[in-house]
Design a protein around this ligand. Structure first.
Ligand code: C2O
Ligand code: CU
Ligand code: CU
Length: 496
């Protein structure tokens, strides 16, 4: 068995803090299993069923590894959910029935709908209840994300499997001739790191988990460990979602091939951008085109995880030491086995769609947000091991009964956001934004496009358009490290 570098690091982290029960350092059966064919979630196309979709939230067992059952949750199945496809211009009736023994919600991350339809913490679905929102789909084609958003247990429920993809399509996208045969040359890829012990999913908890977010030694793609995707020997579209609780992926191919980034969270870019690597933070999505016409096997990899809180200094040192000894190698996320092809290279369109650029001079107001975290007294005294985190925005932890910001509906504002201690993926509900600046300078190439989630450590300025009403319920803004969100790094705004 190959030594798992990350299980060593997890051990090092424990030594660094010296307060948690040490786990065996050399144990990572999850990393040592056989390749498995990539699972593809079923496709539920709303139009094919009269624009009505029903989802059942359920608990069950999943064998991630042969003969090793884990307790999991899913929508219409035991783990994760089907890919939902909706069409721009349609009104889609959704019925979500909660068969769990606990509360849940279902949030349409990235969908531009009024706040009472958003599925955030205020749209609670109690055990046995059914929630029936009708979703007006009025935005351009995009890859969106649905997941549980029940306050305080979002991290636990998403970790167990309550997540899926929501695809918006429209005529403009279809006219481009991009690869769009679902599961064949248009692949949904939900990336999630999870912790396994003896092949069974375990739920990390404790103060360290709160501080750094739940992480794991195994990367699943659509719930598949050691996944292998068979793809046609041509241009293939990958829709990547980082559905991890906390892990940031730095993705590239092991042969260093280039690929084309074609869509951000808000949908297609104006033109494809040729890159060799992409960072994907929790909550973020990208669509890329990869050319497999050379017929060669290739692996999508991620660089090692480096987003740990600065206060865990000793751990950082042990990590660096370990990286020196064992090599800071990349980790395979997904292997591709292309079918034979005639070798004709794929043709990437030169232009994608025209976008109306946002105009910063229209901004009527500037607001500032600082994300902060501390161990909290409970954590320091050793009494609060279950939580231990003290997560805040502008000095205040989340309060469901407090409206933090009131924005006039229809306005454009500049939101300036910065974070402390580590990088935080910040997500705003009910809006799309563009990144105006990063650290006082130009945004990164990866900040391009229309977005709903952005990775923040140094300050970013976002130009945000508030087009959706939040009258009957507020919208959320929060860190998408789910343990930060669950422990208070979240606020709410109305638009009236
Ligand atoms: Cu993806 Cu408020 O969430
Ligand atoms: Cu959201
Ligand atoms: Cu955070």
């Amino acid at each position: 068995m190959k030594l798992s570098r990350r299980s060593l690091l997890a051990g090092a982290a424990v030594i660094g803090v010296g307060a948690l029960v040490a786990r065996p350092l050399w144990h990572a059966i999850g990393a040592a299993a056989e390749p498995q064919p990539l699972r593809i979630p079923g496709l539920l196309d709303a139009r094919q069923q009269g624009n009505s979709i029903s989802l059942q939230v359920q608990a069950g067992n999943t064998e991630f590894f042969p003969r090793r059952a884990s307790r999991t949750m899913g929508y219409n199945g035991n783990h994760l959910g089907p890919t939902l496809r909706v069409h721009r211009g349609d009104d889609v009736e959704v019925a979500i029935t909660n068969t769990l023994k606990e509360d849940t919600t279902i949030h349409w991350h990235g969908l531009l709908v009024p706040a009472e339809l958003d599925g955030g913490p205020h749209q609670l679905i109690q055990p046995g209840a059914t929630w029936r929102p009708t979703l007006p789909v009025r935005q351009p084609a995009a890859t969106l994300f649905y997941h549980s958003h029940v306050h305080g247990r979002t991290g636990v429920q998403v970790y167990a499997g309550l997540a899926g993809l929501l695809l918006v399509t429209d005529d403009e996208e279809q006219a481009l001739g991009l690869p769009s045969e679902y599961g064949v040359d248009d692949l949904p890829l939900v990336l999630q790191d999870r912790q396994f012990e003896d092949g069974r999913l375990v739920l990390p908890s404790g103060m360290m988990t709160t501080m750094q977010g739940r992480r794991g030694d195994t990367t699943l793609v659509n719930g598949t460990p050691n996944a292998v995707a068979r793809v046609p020997g041509r241009l293939v579209r990958l829709r990547l979602l980082n559905g991890s609780n906390a892990r940031i992926f730095d993705l590239s191919f092991d042969d260093q091939r280039t690929f084309h980034w074609i869509a951000s969270e808000g949908g297609l870019l104006e033109e494809p951008v040729e890159v060799r690597s992409l960072t994907l933070a929790p909550g973020e999505r990208v669509e890329i085109l990869v050319d497999f016409s050379d017929g060669r096997s290739v692996a999508l990899e991620t660089a090692p995880d480096t987003n740990f809180p600065m206060m865990m200094g000793p751990m950082g040192q042990v990590r660096n030491f370990a990286a020196e000894i064992f090599g800071a190698g990349n980790e395979v996320v997904l292997r591709f086995e292309p079918a034979a092809s005639d070798g004709t290279p794929g043709v990437v369109p030169g232009r994608l769609i025209a976008r109306q650029r946002a105009d910063a001079s229209q901004a009527t107001r500037r607001r500032r947000f600082v994300l902060s975290m501390g161990m909290g007294m409970g954590g320091m005294m050793g009494g609060g091991m279950g939580s231990g985190g003290d997560m805040r925005i502008n000095g205040r932890p989340f309060d469901m009964d407090r409206i933090d910001e009131r924005v006039p509906l229809g306005d454009t504002e500049i939101w300036e956001i910065s974070g402390e201690m580590m990088s935080h993926p910040v997500h705003l509900h009910g809006v799309q934004f563009e990144v105006l600046s990063r650290n006082g300078g130009k945004p990164l190439p990866r900040d391009a496009g229309v977005r709903d989630t952005v990775l923040v450590q140094e300050p970013v300025e976002l130009l945000v358009r508030f087009t959706q009403p939040a009258v009957k319920a507020p919208f959320m803004y929060h860190c998408h490290i789910l343990e930060h969100e669950d422990n208070g790094m979240m606020g709410q705004f109305t638009t009236t």
